[in-house]
Ligand binder design. Sequence first.
Ligand code: GBH
Length: 451
Amino acid sequence: MTLQPLRFPENFAWGVATAAPQIEGAAFTDGKGESTWDHFSRQPGSVHNGDTLDVACDHYHRFEEDFALMASLGVKNYRLSIAWPRILPGSDGLVNQPGLDFYHRLFDSMERNGITPWVTMYHWDTPQWLEEMGGWRNRRTAEEFGRYAEVIVKAFGGRVKNWITINEIRCFTMFAYGTVLEKSPAIRETQQVLNQTIHHALIAHGLGVRAVRAHGGEGARVGLTDNAEYYVPVEETEEHIAATRKAFAFENDRILGAVYHGYYTETFLNACGADRPVVLDGDFDLIGLPTDFLGLNIYSGTLVRAKPGGGYETLPFPAGYPATTLTGWLKTLPQAIYWGTRLAHEIYGAKVVYITENGYGTIEEPDAKGEILDLHRRDYLRQYLLELRRAITDGVPVQGYFCWSFMDNFEWQDGYSIRFGIVHTDYKTLKRTPKLSAHWYSTVMRENRVV
Ligand code: GBH
Protein backbone atom coordinates (compact mmCIF):
# COMPACT_ATOMS: atom_id res chain seq x y z
CA MET A 1 0.00 0.00 0.00
CA THR A 2 1.40 3.42 -0.89
CA LEU A 3 0.43 6.64 0.84
CA GLN A 4 -1.33 9.36 -1.11
CA PRO A 5 1.07 12.26 -0.53
CA LEU A 6 -0.73 15.21 1.05
CA ARG A 7 1.14 17.74 -1.06
CA PHE A 8 0.88 21.50 -1.24
CA PRO A 9 1.32 23.46 -4.50
CA GLU A 10 4.81 24.20 -5.86
CA ASN A 11 6.18 27.50 -4.50
CA PHE A 12 3.86 27.43 -1.51
CA ALA A 13 5.39 29.87 1.02
CA TRP A 14 5.93 28.11 4.35
CA GLY A 15 7.01 30.29 7.23
CA VAL A 16 6.90 31.26 10.88
CA ALA A 17 5.67 34.48 12.49
CA THR A 18 6.40 36.74 15.45
CA ALA A 19 5.86 40.41 16.36
CA ALA A 20 8.32 43.00 17.65
CA PRO A 21 6.70 43.83 20.99
CA GLN A 22 6.34 40.14 21.84
CA ILE A 23 9.94 39.06 21.26
CA GLU A 24 12.39 41.96 20.99
CA GLY A 25 12.71 43.15 24.58
CA ALA A 26 15.23 46.04 24.76
CA ALA A 27 12.17 48.15 25.52
CA PHE A 28 14.12 51.36 26.05
CA THR A 29 17.36 50.62 24.18
CA ASP A 30 18.93 52.77 21.44
CA GLY A 31 16.38 55.53 21.72
CA LYS A 32 13.19 53.46 21.53
CA GLY A 33 10.16 55.34 22.81
CA GLU A 34 7.51 53.94 25.12
CA SER A 35 4.71 51.97 23.47
CA THR A 36 1.13 51.60 24.66
CA TRP A 37 1.98 48.05 25.71
CA ASP A 38 5.12 49.12 27.64
CA HIS A 39 2.87 51.55 29.44
CA PHE A 40 -0.14 49.27 29.86
CA SER A 41 1.89 46.34 31.21
CA ARG A 42 3.06 48.61 34.05
CA GLN A 43 -0.48 49.32 35.23
CA PRO A 44 -1.18 46.93 38.12
CA GLY A 45 -3.65 44.20 37.21
CA SER A 46 -3.40 44.70 33.43
CA VAL A 47 -1.16 41.80 32.46
CA HIS A 48 -0.96 38.37 34.07
CA ASN A 49 1.64 38.22 36.83
CA GLY A 50 2.68 41.85 36.20
CA ASP A 51 4.82 40.67 33.26
CA THR A 52 6.35 43.41 31.07
CA LEU A 53 7.90 43.51 27.59
CA ASP A 54 11.24 44.79 28.88
CA VAL A 55 13.26 41.65 28.12
CA ALA A 56 10.80 39.28 26.40
CA CYS A 57 12.95 36.85 24.34
CA ASP A 58 15.75 39.42 24.08
CA HIS A 59 15.60 38.89 20.34
CA TYR A 60 17.06 42.39 20.01
CA HIS A 61 20.41 41.01 21.13
CA ARG A 62 20.00 37.38 20.06
CA PHE A 63 18.67 37.61 16.52
CA GLU A 64 21.81 36.02 15.01
CA GLU A 65 21.20 32.91 17.09
CA ASP A 66 17.48 32.96 16.26
CA PHE A 67 18.01 33.18 12.50
CA ALA A 68 20.63 30.43 12.64
CA LEU A 69 18.07 28.26 14.42
CA MET A 70 15.39 29.14 11.86
CA ALA A 71 17.76 28.25 9.04
CA SER A 72 18.63 24.93 10.68
CA LEU A 73 14.90 24.10 10.75
CA GLY A 74 14.58 25.00 7.08
CA VAL A 75 12.53 28.19 7.56
CA LYS A 76 12.54 30.21 4.33
CA ASN A 77 9.92 32.87 5.16
CA TYR A 78 9.67 34.87 8.35
CA ARG A 79 6.91 37.28 9.25
CA LEU A 80 8.12 39.90 11.74
CA SER A 81 6.95 43.37 12.70
CA ILE A 82 8.77 46.67 13.03
CA ALA A 83 8.36 48.57 16.30
CA TRP A 84 6.91 51.99 15.45
CA PRO A 85 8.33 53.57 18.67
CA ARG A 86 11.85 52.48 17.69
CA ILE A 87 11.60 54.46 14.46
CA LEU A 88 9.58 57.50 15.56
CA PRO A 89 9.85 57.55 19.34
CA GLY A 90 8.44 60.94 20.23
CA SER A 91 6.10 63.78 19.42
CA ASP A 92 8.98 65.80 17.90
CA GLY A 93 8.61 63.60 14.82
CA LEU A 94 12.35 62.92 14.58
CA VAL A 95 13.46 59.65 13.02
CA ASN A 96 15.60 57.55 15.36
CA GLN A 97 18.52 56.35 13.24
CA PRO A 98 19.66 53.62 15.69
CA GLY A 99 16.18 52.11 15.31
CA LEU A 100 16.54 51.94 11.54
CA ASP A 101 20.07 50.55 11.94
CA PHE A 102 18.76 47.72 14.12
CA TYR A 103 16.36 46.53 11.41
CA HIS A 104 19.12 46.81 8.78
CA ARG A 105 21.25 44.46 10.90
CA LEU A 106 18.23 42.17 11.25
CA PHE A 107 17.61 42.02 7.48
CA ASP A 108 21.35 41.49 6.84
CA SER A 109 21.32 38.49 9.12
CA MET A 110 18.15 37.09 7.52
CA GLU A 111 19.73 37.46 4.11
CA ARG A 112 22.83 35.54 5.23
CA ASN A 113 20.53 32.79 6.47
CA GLY A 114 18.45 32.62 3.30
CA ILE A 115 15.26 33.86 4.98
CA THR A 116 12.77 36.14 3.19
CA PRO A 117 11.23 38.89 5.35
CA TRP A 118 7.46 39.52 5.47
CA VAL A 119 7.13 42.75 7.39
CA THR A 120 4.11 43.90 9.37
CA MET A 121 4.26 47.67 9.81
CA TYR A 122 2.09 47.73 12.92
CA HIS A 123 1.44 44.96 15.44
CA TRP A 124 -0.27 47.04 18.18
CA ASP A 125 2.70 48.93 19.65
CA THR A 126 1.44 52.49 19.22
CA PRO A 127 3.81 55.16 20.56
CA GLN A 128 2.46 56.05 24.01
CA TRP A 129 2.54 59.80 23.31
CA LEU A 130 -0.07 59.21 20.57
CA GLU A 131 -2.24 57.22 22.95
CA GLU A 132 -2.18 60.22 25.25
CA MET A 133 -3.57 62.29 22.38
CA GLY A 134 -6.48 59.88 22.00
CA GLY A 135 -4.83 56.95 20.26
CA TRP A 136 -7.03 55.40 17.58
CA ARG A 137 -9.93 57.61 18.66
CA ASN A 138 -7.99 60.45 17.08
CA ARG A 139 -7.55 60.68 13.32
CA ARG A 140 -4.08 62.06 13.97
CA THR A 141 -2.89 58.52 14.83
CA ALA A 142 -3.73 57.38 11.29
CA GLU A 143 -1.88 60.38 9.84
CA GLU A 144 1.19 59.72 12.00
CA PHE A 145 1.05 56.07 10.95
CA GLY A 146 1.11 57.21 7.31
CA ARG A 147 4.30 59.13 7.93
CA TYR A 148 5.86 56.18 9.78
CA ALA A 149 4.94 53.86 6.88
CA GLU A 150 6.71 56.17 4.43
CA VAL A 151 9.84 56.27 6.57
CA ILE A 152 10.15 52.48 6.84
CA VAL A 153 9.22 51.70 3.24
CA LYS A 154 11.79 54.25 2.02
CA ALA A 155 14.42 52.80 4.35
CA PHE A 156 13.80 49.10 3.69
CA GLY A 157 12.00 49.00 0.32
CA GLY A 158 15.19 47.84 -1.40
CA ARG A 159 15.23 44.63 0.62
CA VAL A 160 11.69 44.05 1.87
CA LYS A 161 9.20 43.10 -0.85
CA ASN A 162 6.31 41.69 1.20
CA TRP A 163 4.52 44.26 3.35
CA ILE A 164 1.60 43.81 5.70
CA THR A 165 0.16 47.15 6.76
CA ILE A 166 -1.65 46.30 9.98
CA ASN A 167 -2.21 43.26 12.14
CA GLU A 168 -5.74 42.49 13.31
CA ILE A 169 -7.68 45.75 13.49
CA ARG A 170 -10.22 44.19 15.89
CA CYS A 171 -7.55 43.67 18.54
CA PHE A 172 -6.60 47.30 19.10
CA THR A 173 -10.11 48.68 18.54
CA MET A 174 -12.97 46.36 19.54
CA PHE A 175 -10.92 44.43 22.12
CA ALA A 176 -9.22 47.61 23.41
CA TYR A 177 -12.03 50.16 23.55
CA GLY A 178 -15.03 47.84 23.18
CA THR A 179 -16.92 45.20 25.09
CA VAL A 180 -14.04 42.72 25.44
CA LEU A 181 -11.41 44.80 27.22
CA GLU A 182 -8.38 42.55 26.94
CA LYS A 183 -5.98 44.72 24.95
CA SER A 184 -4.26 48.03 25.72
CA PRO A 185 -5.50 50.62 26.66
CA ALA A 186 -8.59 48.66 27.85
CA ILE A 187 -10.85 51.68 28.27
CA ARG A 188 -14.50 51.28 27.34
CA GLU A 189 -15.85 53.77 24.82
CA THR A 190 -19.23 54.33 23.20
CA GLN A 191 -20.18 52.35 20.11
CA GLN A 192 -19.74 55.46 17.96
CA VAL A 193 -16.19 56.05 19.21
CA LEU A 194 -15.44 52.38 18.70
CA ASN A 195 -16.66 52.51 15.09
CA GLN A 196 -14.51 55.59 14.63
CA THR A 197 -11.36 53.84 15.88
CA ILE A 198 -11.91 51.11 13.27
CA HIS A 199 -12.42 53.75 10.59
CA HIS A 200 -9.15 55.45 11.56
CA ALA A 201 -7.32 52.10 11.46
CA LEU A 202 -8.72 51.51 7.96
CA ILE A 203 -7.38 54.89 6.85
CA ALA A 204 -3.99 53.97 8.31
CA HIS A 205 -4.08 50.75 6.30
CA GLY A 206 -4.74 52.79 3.14
CA LEU A 207 -1.84 55.10 3.92
CA GLY A 208 0.37 52.03 4.35
CA VAL A 209 -0.69 50.73 0.93
CA ARG A 210 0.02 54.15 -0.59
CA ALA A 211 3.51 54.22 0.96
CA VAL A 212 4.36 50.85 -0.59
CA ARG A 213 3.05 51.91 -4.02
CA ALA A 214 5.04 55.16 -3.85
CA HIS A 215 8.32 53.93 -2.34
CA GLY A 216 8.31 50.12 -2.33
CA GLY A 217 10.29 49.71 -5.52
CA GLU A 218 10.05 46.92 -8.02
CA GLY A 219 8.27 43.75 -6.97
CA ALA A 220 6.81 45.25 -3.78
CA ARG A 221 3.51 43.74 -2.61
CA VAL A 222 1.20 44.80 0.16
CA GLY A 223 -1.86 43.55 2.00
CA LEU A 224 -3.82 43.73 5.25
CA THR A 225 -3.79 41.02 7.89
CA ASP A 226 -7.23 40.56 9.41
CA ASN A 227 -8.52 38.36 12.17
CA ALA A 228 -11.90 38.11 10.58
CA GLU A 229 -14.78 36.45 12.37
CA TYR A 230 -14.77 32.89 11.05
CA TYR A 231 -17.90 30.81 10.69
CA VAL A 232 -18.31 27.11 10.02
CA PRO A 233 -21.54 25.41 8.87
CA VAL A 234 -22.76 22.90 11.42
CA GLU A 235 -23.19 20.52 8.47
CA GLU A 236 -21.71 21.02 5.02
CA THR A 237 -25.10 21.19 3.30
CA GLU A 238 -26.45 23.94 1.09
CA GLU A 239 -28.74 25.48 3.68
CA HIS A 240 -26.12 25.67 6.42
CA ILE A 241 -23.45 26.92 4.01
CA ALA A 242 -25.80 29.69 2.85
CA ALA A 243 -26.41 30.63 6.49
CA THR A 244 -22.66 30.66 7.16
CA ARG A 245 -22.07 32.94 4.20
CA LYS A 246 -24.60 35.43 5.63
CA ALA A 247 -22.96 35.37 9.05
CA PHE A 248 -19.51 35.87 7.54
CA ALA A 249 -20.55 38.87 5.46
CA PHE A 250 -22.54 40.45 8.26
CA GLU A 251 -19.63 40.36 10.71
CA ASN A 252 -16.82 41.10 8.28
CA ASP A 253 -18.30 43.88 6.17
CA ARG A 254 -17.00 46.47 8.62
CA ILE A 255 -13.34 45.67 7.85
CA LEU A 256 -12.97 43.33 4.86
CA GLY A 257 -16.01 44.84 3.16
CA ALA A 258 -14.63 48.36 3.59
CA VAL A 259 -11.28 47.39 2.08
CA TYR A 260 -12.57 45.15 -0.73
CA HIS A 261 -15.75 47.02 -1.74
CA GLY A 262 -14.33 50.47 -1.05
CA TYR A 263 -17.38 51.56 0.98
CA TYR A 264 -19.38 50.62 4.04
CA THR A 265 -22.27 48.38 3.04
CA GLU A 266 -25.85 49.47 3.74
CA THR A 267 -26.25 46.46 6.01
CA PHE A 268 -23.29 47.58 8.09
CA LEU A 269 -24.41 51.21 8.24
CA ASN A 270 -27.96 50.23 9.15
CA ALA A 271 -26.64 48.01 11.91
CA CYS A 272 -24.63 51.01 13.22
CA GLY A 273 -27.63 53.34 13.12
CA ALA A 274 -26.77 56.65 14.81
CA ASP A 275 -23.37 55.26 15.83
CA ARG A 276 -22.00 55.11 12.30
CA PRO A 277 -18.44 56.37 11.83
CA VAL A 278 -17.81 59.85 10.49
CA VAL A 279 -16.35 59.47 6.99
CA LEU A 280 -14.53 62.35 5.29
CA ASP A 281 -14.28 62.94 1.55
CA GLY A 282 -11.50 60.84 0.10
CA ASP A 283 -11.30 58.34 2.98
CA PHE A 284 -12.45 55.47 0.81
CA ASP A 285 -10.01 56.39 -1.96
CA LEU A 286 -7.38 55.29 0.56
CA ILE A 287 -9.22 52.48 2.30
CA GLY A 288 -10.24 50.87 -0.99
CA LEU A 289 -6.82 51.04 -2.67
CA PRO A 290 -6.21 47.69 -4.36
CA THR A 291 -3.94 45.32 -2.42
CA ASP A 292 -1.93 42.33 -3.62
CA PHE A 293 -3.01 39.77 -1.08
CA LEU A 294 -5.09 39.23 2.02
CA GLY A 295 -3.48 37.94 5.20
CA LEU A 296 -5.76 35.97 7.51
CA ASN A 297 -4.96 34.94 11.07
CA ILE A 298 -7.07 31.90 11.80
CA TYR A 299 -7.19 30.16 15.16
CA SER A 300 -10.81 29.29 15.79
CA GLY A 301 -14.35 30.10 14.70
CA THR A 302 -18.04 29.79 15.45
CA LEU A 303 -20.49 27.15 14.27
CA VAL A 304 -23.56 28.33 12.36
CA ARG A 305 -26.93 26.70 11.88
CA ALA A 306 -29.61 27.76 9.40
CA LYS A 307 -32.97 28.76 10.85
CA PRO A 308 -36.26 28.19 9.07
CA GLY A 309 -37.19 31.23 6.96
CA GLY A 310 -33.65 32.09 5.83
CA GLY A 311 -32.12 33.29 9.09
CA TYR A 312 -29.23 31.80 10.98
CA GLU A 313 -28.05 31.29 14.52
CA THR A 314 -24.56 30.91 15.94
CA LEU A 315 -23.97 28.04 18.32
CA PRO A 316 -22.15 28.63 21.61
CA PHE A 317 -19.48 26.07 22.48
CA PRO A 318 -20.80 23.87 25.27
CA ALA A 319 -18.67 23.30 28.36
CA GLY A 320 -16.36 20.40 27.63
CA TYR A 321 -15.80 21.28 23.96
CA PRO A 322 -12.09 20.69 23.20
CA ALA A 323 -10.24 23.91 23.88
CA THR A 324 -6.60 24.21 22.99
CA THR A 325 -5.47 26.74 25.53
CA LEU A 326 -6.12 27.44 29.11
CA THR A 327 -7.22 30.95 28.10
CA GLY A 328 -10.58 29.62 26.98
CA TRP A 329 -10.95 31.36 23.62
CA LEU A 330 -9.00 28.96 21.45
CA LYS A 331 -11.40 26.11 20.68
CA THR A 332 -10.19 23.54 18.18
CA LEU A 333 -12.08 24.07 14.95
CA PRO A 334 -9.92 23.07 11.97
CA GLN A 335 -12.74 23.73 9.46
CA ALA A 336 -12.39 27.44 10.32
CA ILE A 337 -9.32 27.57 8.09
CA TYR A 338 -11.26 25.96 5.22
CA TRP A 339 -14.35 28.16 5.47
CA GLY A 340 -12.43 31.28 6.46
CA THR A 341 -10.19 31.29 3.41
CA ARG A 342 -12.96 30.09 1.11
CA LEU A 343 -15.53 32.70 2.13
CA ALA A 344 -12.99 35.56 2.14
CA HIS A 345 -12.19 34.57 -1.43
CA GLU A 346 -15.80 34.09 -2.53
CA ILE A 347 -17.41 37.05 -0.79
CA TYR A 348 -14.67 39.69 -1.01
CA GLY A 349 -12.85 38.44 -4.09
CA ALA A 350 -9.43 38.16 -2.42
CA LYS A 351 -7.33 36.73 -5.25
CA VAL A 352 -4.31 35.75 -3.18
CA VAL A 353 -4.61 34.65 0.44
CA TYR A 354 -1.92 33.92 3.01
CA ILE A 355 -2.47 32.41 6.42
CA THR A 356 -0.34 34.93 8.30
CA GLU A 357 -0.97 33.18 11.65
CA ASN A 358 -2.28 29.88 12.93
CA GLY A 359 -1.09 28.30 16.13
CA TYR A 360 -1.70 26.71 19.48
CA GLY A 361 -1.07 28.19 22.92
CA THR A 362 -0.96 26.46 26.25
CA ILE A 363 1.00 26.11 29.48
CA GLU A 364 3.94 23.74 29.08
CA GLU A 365 7.43 23.04 30.38
CA PRO A 366 10.17 20.62 29.28
CA ASP A 367 9.91 17.09 30.68
CA ALA A 368 12.55 15.40 32.84
CA LYS A 369 14.66 14.69 29.75
CA GLY A 370 14.44 18.32 28.65
CA GLU A 371 12.18 17.52 25.71
CA ILE A 372 8.92 19.29 24.92
CA LEU A 373 6.64 16.64 23.46
CA ASP A 374 3.90 19.00 22.34
CA LEU A 375 1.87 16.33 20.61
CA HIS A 376 -1.31 18.33 21.17
CA ARG A 377 0.13 21.31 19.24
CA ARG A 378 1.42 19.07 16.49
CA ASP A 379 -1.97 17.43 16.13
CA TYR A 380 -3.80 20.76 16.13
CA LEU A 381 -1.52 22.17 13.40
CA ARG A 382 -1.81 18.98 11.38
CA GLN A 383 -5.61 19.08 11.42
CA TYR A 384 -5.62 22.73 10.32
CA LEU A 385 -3.15 22.05 7.51
CA LEU A 386 -5.33 19.21 6.21
CA GLU A 387 -8.29 21.59 6.09
CA LEU A 388 -6.14 24.24 4.42
CA ARG A 389 -5.11 21.72 1.81
CA ARG A 390 -8.77 20.87 1.23
CA ALA A 391 -9.43 24.58 0.58
CA ILE A 392 -6.60 24.74 -1.97
CA THR A 393 -7.88 21.57 -3.65
CA ASP A 394 -11.30 23.24 -3.89
CA GLY A 395 -9.76 26.22 -5.71
CA VAL A 396 -9.14 28.73 -2.92
CA PRO A 397 -5.99 30.68 -3.86
CA VAL A 398 -3.96 30.24 -0.67
CA GLN A 399 -0.28 30.74 -1.42
CA GLY A 400 1.39 30.48 1.97
CA TYR A 401 1.13 29.66 5.67
CA PHE A 402 2.93 31.15 8.67
CA CYS A 403 2.91 29.28 11.93
CA TRP A 404 2.40 31.39 15.07
CA SER A 405 4.79 31.45 16.64
CA PHE A 406 8.44 30.75 15.99
CA MET A 407 9.09 30.89 19.74
CA ASP A 408 7.26 31.35 23.02
CA ASN A 409 6.86 35.06 23.68
CA PHE A 410 4.93 37.82 25.43
CA GLU A 411 1.32 36.71 24.97
CA TRP A 412 -0.25 40.13 25.63
CA GLN A 413 -2.61 40.16 28.62
CA ASP A 414 -1.53 36.58 29.46
CA GLY A 415 2.09 37.66 29.85
CA TYR A 416 4.54 34.78 29.59
CA SER A 417 2.12 32.18 30.98
CA ILE A 418 0.70 30.99 27.66
CA ARG A 419 3.18 29.57 25.17
CA PHE A 420 2.51 29.62 21.42
CA GLY A 421 6.01 28.74 20.17
CA ILE A 422 7.16 25.72 18.25
CA VAL A 423 10.46 26.64 19.92
CA HIS A 424 10.49 26.80 23.73
CA THR A 425 11.87 29.92 25.44
CA ASP A 426 13.30 29.52 28.92
CA TYR A 427 12.61 32.98 30.35
CA LYS A 428 15.27 32.57 33.08
CA THR A 429 18.19 31.60 30.84
CA LEU A 430 16.68 32.72 27.50
CA LYS A 431 17.69 29.38 26.04
CA ARG A 432 15.72 28.29 22.96
CA THR A 433 14.76 24.61 22.55
CA PRO A 434 12.84 23.36 19.51
CA LYS A 435 9.76 21.40 20.57
CA LEU A 436 8.61 18.21 18.87
CA SER A 437 6.29 20.36 16.73
CA ALA A 438 9.26 22.34 15.38
CA HIS A 439 10.89 19.17 14.10
CA TRP A 440 7.58 18.03 12.61
CA TYR A 441 6.97 21.41 10.95
CA SER A 442 10.51 21.36 9.60
CA THR A 443 9.66 18.13 7.74
CA VAL A 444 6.38 19.62 6.48
CA MET A 445 8.23 22.64 5.05
CA ARG A 446 11.00 20.54 3.53
CA GLU A 447 8.70 17.98 1.93
CA ASN A 448 5.95 20.47 1.06
CA ARG A 449 3.27 18.14 2.38
CA VAL A 450 1.43 17.20 5.55
CA VAL A 451 3.40 14.48 7.31
C1 GBH B 1 -3.04 36.90 17.48
O1 GBH B 1 -4.12 37.43 18.12
C2 GBH B 1 -1.99 37.96 17.51
O2 GBH B 1 -1.76 38.53 16.23
C3 GBH B 1 -0.70 37.52 18.14
O3 GBH B 1 0.05 38.63 18.45
C4 GBH B 1 -1.02 36.65 19.33
O4 GBH B 1 0.12 36.34 20.07
C5 GBH B 1 -1.66 35.39 18.82
O5 GBH B 1 -2.79 35.67 18.05
C6 GBH B 1 -2.09 34.42 19.91
O6 GBH B 1 -3.03 34.99 20.76
O7 GBH B 1 -13.23 35.52 22.44
O8 GBH B 1 -14.16 37.70 22.63
O9 GBH B 1 -12.83 36.80 24.45
C7 GBH B 1 -5.25 36.65 18.33
C8 GBH B 1 -6.06 37.56 19.21
C9 GBH B 1 -7.09 36.62 21.08
C10 GBH B 1 -8.28 38.08 19.66
C11 GBH B 1 -8.35 36.18 21.70
C12 GBH B 1 -9.56 37.67 20.30
C13 GBH B 1 -10.57 36.62 22.22
C14 GBH B 1 -11.66 37.61 22.33
N1 GBH B 1 -7.30 37.03 19.71
N2 GBH B 1 -9.34 37.21 21.66
S1 GBH B 1 -13.08 36.86 23.00
